[in-house]
Design a protein around this ligand. Structure first.
Ligand SMILES: [Zn+2]
Length: 423
């Protein structure tokens, strides 16, 4: 299978590097990128043997990697939000309970996989409910490159979601052995997962090459609550901060993704950096309540980067209101610029929503999605002549994102190419 695609390629390879290739030909063979060529080379290809696709009126970008989202919270995205802890108790947990029904879970996984494709999310790190079949269903139906984990809830949880410690450990043993590097050990957060369970399961996944993901320092309320709980527990009475709880349970490392990390002290940032733990930043979820978020606060990316910490963007649905990573990029840029932070560019947002996430899952991956031998994977966005005439990738991205309404981001991606065909 041999294809030549004519289009305009936006290729973010770092926070500040983003090539714009106008009217270029991408050659794809057997699902792999073979090279990018100037339009004049078209005659050198034997078009009787190659499928030629003219997308000269489209922008082509790498697929999104959403590095923190809860697929079992799709229906609570638009529920009234007050603050993290009451929102969880009032809406999220009762809703996740529905997923105990295997048929319901399967049906929702099939419909959610279509939502992911529609917004161009082809990879990322995903939370299921406590039920092991919700991991099976996600990995069976989501197309692309996802890691998935069942949340662990063994304390401070409603009866209908509370797990026996031995059961929680058994599920992690089964699923991490079955899915290995596609699996993520997922304590919901230290409040609901006992330290004995965290420690025992960290030992298990150390042998299966699996990831670890959980929540850290999302709100000040939550930090007070978690410390008040752990200061009563043996082995934690002298614990100084939230990060140290996870550290003592062997949960930090280069395959760990911590959601949020908004209120980390410098001591904590040093520990996160030293362990090479990643942070998933979710600006729409943390954003103001009036904009559909939980009002948790703004992540300080510049300070985090100054410690050498890797971070990527996530939608955090259902706390985040929209699944589209375009909305997440918009929110990242707008919230930071409102604070006078001009290093939050659209290119940086695009990079952190695409290639950065892929490099967290696959540190060996190449910087550019157009690199030879890469699996061909890309999103097509229709573009007017006027848009294509703008000077730079930054200007084009800004125009695409700021002229779209939040409710319409879902419709921006026209087509998704993966390997040898459109999905
Ligand atoms: Zn979350």
């Amino acid at each position: 299978m041999n294809t030549l695609i004519l289009g305009n390629f936006i290729d973010p390879t770092s926070d500040t590097q983003c090539q714009l290739h106008r009217q270029k030909l991408l050659h794809i063979e057997d699902g792999k990128v073979r090279g990018l060529f100037p339009l004049e080379k078209k005659d050198e290809f034997d078009l009787s043997k190659i499928e030629f696709l003219d997308y000269s009126n489209h922008l082509i970008i790498p697929p999104f990697f959403d590095m923190h989202f809860h697929w079992v919270q799709d229906d609570v995205r638009m529920m009234p939000k007050d603050n993290l802890l009451t929102w969880l108790e009032k809406y999220t947990w009762p809703y996740e309970h529905k997923f105990s029904d295997v048929d319901y879970s399967k049906k929702r996984a099939i419909s959610f996989s279509k939502e992911l494709l529609a917004v161009g999310t082809l990879g990322g790190a995903c939370y299921s409910s406590i039920h092991s079949h919700t991991v099976d269903h996600a990995l069976e139906h989501f197309q692309g490159d996802f890691i998935v984990g069942n949340v662990l809830m063994t304390m401070n949880s409603p009866d209908y979601l509370l797990q026996k410690e031995s059961d929680a450990i058994e599920i992690v043993k089964d699923l991490s052995t079955k899915y290995r590097e596609k699996y993520a050990l997922t304590p919901r957060f230290a409040i609901t997962t006992s330290p004995e369970v965290m420690s025992a399961t960290a030992d298990i996944v150390a042998n299966t090459n699996s990831f670890i993901q959980t929540h850290l320092s999302e709100t000040e309320n939550e930090i007070d609550f978690v410390l008040s709980i752990y200061k009563e527990l043996d082995g934690f009475k002298d614990v100084k901060n939230y990060t140290e709880i996870y550290d003592r349970c062997a949960h930090l490392g280069n395959k760990t993704i911590m959601g949020h990390g908004i209120y980390l002290s410098e001591d904590e940032l040093r520990v996160v950096a030293k362990s090479d733990t990643v942070i998933a930043h979710c600006p729409t979820s943390n954003g103001p309540i009036s904009e559909g978020g939980l009002g948790s606060g703004l992540f300080d990316f510049e300070k985090t980067e100054s410690f050498g910490i890797r971070w990527a963007l996530g939608s955090d649905i259902g706390a985040g209101p929209y699944l589209s990573m375009f909305d997440v990029i918009r929110s990242f840029v707008e919230q930071n610029r409102a604070q006078g932070q001009d290093k939050a560019t659209f290119i940086k947002g695009l990079f952190r929503a695409t290639r950065m996430g892929e490099s967290i899952l696959h540190p060996e991956c190449k910087a550019s999605f157009l690199e030879q031998e890469n699996t061909a994977s890309m999103l097509f966005i229709s573009a007017s002549d006027e848009l294509l005439k703008l000077d730079s990738a930054e200007e084009i991205l800004e125009k695409v994102i700021t002229t779209c309404s939040r409710d319409s981001f879902d419709t921006l991606v026209d087509k998704v190419w993966h390997q040898s065909a459109f999905l």
